[in-house]
Write a protein that binds this ligand. Sequence first.
Ligand code: NAD
Ligand code: LMR
Length: 328
Amino acid sequence: MTAPLTIAVTGGAGQIGYQLLFRIAAGDMLGTDQPVRLRILEVPQAMAALEGVVMELQDAAFPLLASVDTTADASVAFEGADHALLVGARPRAKGMERSDLLAANGAIFAAQGRAIQEGASDRIRITVTGNPANTNALIAAAAAPDIPRERFSALTRLDHNRAIAQLAAKTGAPVADVRRMIVWGNHSATQVPDITHATIGGQPAVDLVEREWVKHEFVPTVANRGAAIIEARGASSAASAAAATIDHVRDWARGTAEGDWTSMSVISRGEYGVPEGLVSSFPVTTADGDWTIVEGLELDPDVEAQLRASVAELDDERMQVRALGLLG
Ligand code: NAD
Ligand code: LMR
C-alpha cells in the first residue's frame, strides 16, 4: 500500500471545508489508491464545530483516511504537509467585492506562509481558495521565501468550470466536449473568461456562438457568478468551490489530459505581459506536480484589453498589501 500523504486544510469547520474534507478522504483528489492524513486548522472558537465534522469523517469509514488531526496552531497543521489547502478566511457578504477582504484576510496568509516554510514537506504544493485568493497567495509566498514560488497557486478553477458550464449549456454540448477554455487574470469581477481557443467536440467554439453573446452574456455571467450565488443563497459558493479545489489539486498532482489545459493562478514571470511576480490566472498544462504556462497563444483584442484591466487590479492589490506591510 502507498504511504499516506499529509493534507493540511484550513477553515475545516466552514462551508467549503464541509464539502472538501469528505471528497479528499474519498480519494477524489489524489486518487483511490492514495491514503491520506488530514490535518485541519481552525480558529479556537470553531473547534467545537470542527469536532462534529471529525465525527462525521470517522462515521463515513473512508478506507483511504489514515488519520484526522485538528489544531488551532498553524505550525502543527503544516508540519510535514504535502499539500496545503488554504481555505479558511472570512467570505464576502452581499455588496462587498472580494478585494474588500484584503486587510481582513491578508494577515492570516502571511502567518500561514511562515508556518508552511518552517515545517512543510519539501514536496509541498499550496493552493489558496480563501479570498482575495490571488493576492493571498502572493502574501503567503512572500512570507515563505525559501519555498519555490511555483509551489504557490490560487484557485481560478471555479471560474474555469463556470465558463465551461455556460458554454456547454449555450451550445447544448456535454461539458466533457469543451476543451481549452481559459480564464485569465484575477479571481474577481475583472477576470477574463476566454473562449477564443476553446473547442467543442473538436470545432472552434467561436464558430458556434455569437460574439455579442460572448461579450454581453457569457463574460458577465461567469465573472459575476460568485455575486449571483451570494445573492441567491445568502452565502458564498461552497460545494462548487470545494469541487473546483479538488479539480485544481488533482490536475496539479496527476496532470492535465492530453491536448487540453486548465486555468490556474500562478506566479507570473512576465508571460503575456503580466508583470513579473503577480499571481495571475493563465492557461497551464500540468504533469507530476509541476505546471507550465501555455505560451504563444494569440490574444484577441477584447481579451487583451480585459486582461490589462484585470492585471492592473492585481497590481493595485499588490500595492495595498505592500502598504499594509504584508509583503515583508
Ligand atoms: P466560512 O465562513 O463558511 O468558513 C471559513 C472558515 O475559516 C471558518 O470556519 C473560520 O473559522 C475559518 N477560519 C477563519 N480564519 C482562520 C484561520 N486564521 N485559520 C484557520 N481557519 C480560519 O467560509 P467558506 O464559505 O468556507 O469560504 C472560505 C473562503 O473561501 C472565503 O474567503 C471565500 O470567499 C472563499 N471562496 C473562494 C472561492 C474561489 O473560487 N477562490 C470560491 C468560494 C469561496
Ligand atoms: C466565488 O467565486 O463564488 C467565491 O470567490 C465567493 C465570492 O466571494 O464570490
